[in-house]
Design a protein around this ligand. Structure first.
Ligand SMILES: Cc1cc2nc3c(=O)[nH]c(=O)nc-3n(C[C@H](O)[C@H](O)[C@H](O)COP(=O)(O)OP(=O)(O)OC[C@H]3O[C@@H](n4cnc5c(N)ncnc54)[C@H](O)[C@@H]3O)c2cc1C
Length: 399
């Protein structure tokens, strides 16, 4: 391995959190090395937001995060806000726009965010070593020694920023969890999140033909609900609403879909019935829903011929029952597409073992965990990067 073999700070992982932390620490005068396993840094940033990186969310609050301890993220998020990251983006002349609901994207390319982080690292003399997959870590006096395929490096502080398990092809590895366990920190069970659902069996058959159909819905699962787009795929259910509720879903749970996204369907159905008693139900539903979906829903309500019913055949009670069904449509996914396509990993290093102000392991002086490897997971919409920046800043200011 070329370069200095001894540093003040060793950062494992050159992703969003690792690069940010390295730049912040080096700007304080610390000698920092980043060890990145793949051949380039920031691969997930590059593929994020459809190539435009949804780098933060104007309305990010602690309520946008899941964790066994929902209070843990508050301190770091309060001390490094979306406005702070926006200021950095503006200082680098990166043009951006709000897509919806506070989600900020680069106008041009995610490459600009990676370039910005690499420039900040270069300006502060951070050494970045790529193709340096970390194999093991050990205590070395008061510091640490890290062994990689390309040699070893020693340092006073060790920052683990190796991310979660999602998208193994992008370099995801479980090493951060292994290091945590090695030093006696608890790791909470992990599972894929912000991930499409799979539907097999009856529901798969009934809705499989709708692949490509999309609409805005309200999706609910275990007390969480999201108004957002939904998309049928040939494997099951996707789109932002489904990705969001997937973070709250456990095997066996039902996801309820309101096809009318909060509108008063009972009133609408009775009004349509009174105005157009001879209209077919499927035709009327298709005024508000994609035609193929309207037909499938009618077929699935239980009576194959319902779609051909005239509205006058629905009395008030039938209208009310139908409205309830259409606003609480139950799906029972077989599973999710898993880490292969998940945007994030839920669970990870137990926050009980970490300081919420510095991300330091309470019982292991010099050891820090930041970003997705920690048991803090954001909603879709720029929150996960905001956590990466904020937790990186918290550690970078003290390592
Ligand atoms: C397709 C996709 C789109 C996304 N879009 C968005 C979005 O638009 N907005 C948003 O907020 N979030 C988005 N996310 C989530 C976001 O990318 C992550 O939450 C964020 O990247 C986490 O940052 P991190 O630095 O903790 O981990 P990562 O960015 O995953 O970085 C970890 C780094 O560690 C390296 N590494 C792993 N193991 C080793 C090892 N053994 N040795 C050395 N290096 C190692 C990896 O190669 C990687 O570079 C998206 C995720 C995906 C998969």
């Amino acid at each position: 391995m070329s370069g200095d073999q001894s540093k003040d700070v060793i950062v494992l992982g050159g992703g969003a959190a690792g690069l940010m932390c390295a730049a912040v620490a080096a700007a304080r005068g610390r000698r920092v090395v980043v060890l990145e396993g793949s051949k380039r840094c920031g691969k997930k940033i590059l593929m994020s937001g459809g190539g435009r990186c949804n780098f933060t969310n104007l309305y990010s609050t602690p309520e946008n995060f899941l964790s066994a301890n929902p209070h843990f993220c508050k301190s770091a998020l309060a001390r490094y806000t979306p406005a702070d990251f926006i200021a950095a983006v503006e200082a680098h002349g990166i043009a951006y726009h709000e897509k919806e609901k506070g989600q900020l994207f680069c106008n041009e390319s995610s490459k600009q965010i990676v370039a910005m982080l690499l420039q900040e690292c270069a300006a502060a003399d951070v050494e970045i070593r790529v193709r340096a997959p970390v194999e093991s870590v050990a205590r070395d006096g008061a510091g640490f020694v890290v062994h990689t395929e390309a040699g070893s490096v020693r340092g006073e502080s060790l920052v683990v920023a190796t991310g979660g398990l999602s998208i193994p092809k992008m370099g995801a590895s479980g090493i951060g969890y292994r290091i945590a366990r090695q030093f006696g920190l608890a790791v909470r069970d992990t599972r894929a999140a912000l991930v499409p659902f799979t539907l097999n069996g009856g529901q798969g058959k009934a809705f499989g033909a709708l692949s490509g159909v999309g609409l805005d819905v309200e999706a609910r699962c275990n007390d969480a609900y999201f108004d957002a787009g939904m998309l049928f795929t040939h494997r099951g259910l996707s789109g932002p609403a489904m990705l969001q509720v997937s973070s709250y879903w456990q095997p066996g749970d039902t996801v309820a879909v309101d096809w009318f996204a909060g509108a008063d369907v009972e009133q609408w159905l009775t009004e349509r019935r009174d105005a157009r008693p001879d209209a077919r139900l499927a035709t009327v539903l298709a005024e508000r829903l994609p035609r193929r979906l309207a037909q499938s829903l009618c077929n699935e309500v239980g009576k194959a011929s319902l779609g051909n019913h005239r509205l006058r055949q629905l009395d008030d009670q039938a209208c009310a029952a139908l409205a309830t069904r259409l606003t609480e449509w139950p799906f029972t996914p077989d599973g999710t597409e898993g880490y292969r396509t998940a945007e994030v990993t839920i669970g990870g290093v137990d926050t009980g073992a970490l300081s919420s102000t510095t991300m330091a392991a309470r019982d292991v002086p010099g050891l820090y965990f930041i970003g997705e490897v920690v048991d803090v997971t954001g909603h879709l919409g720029g929150h996960n990067f905001q956590w990466a920046w904020a937790s990186a800043q918290a550690a970078g200011a003290v390592v």
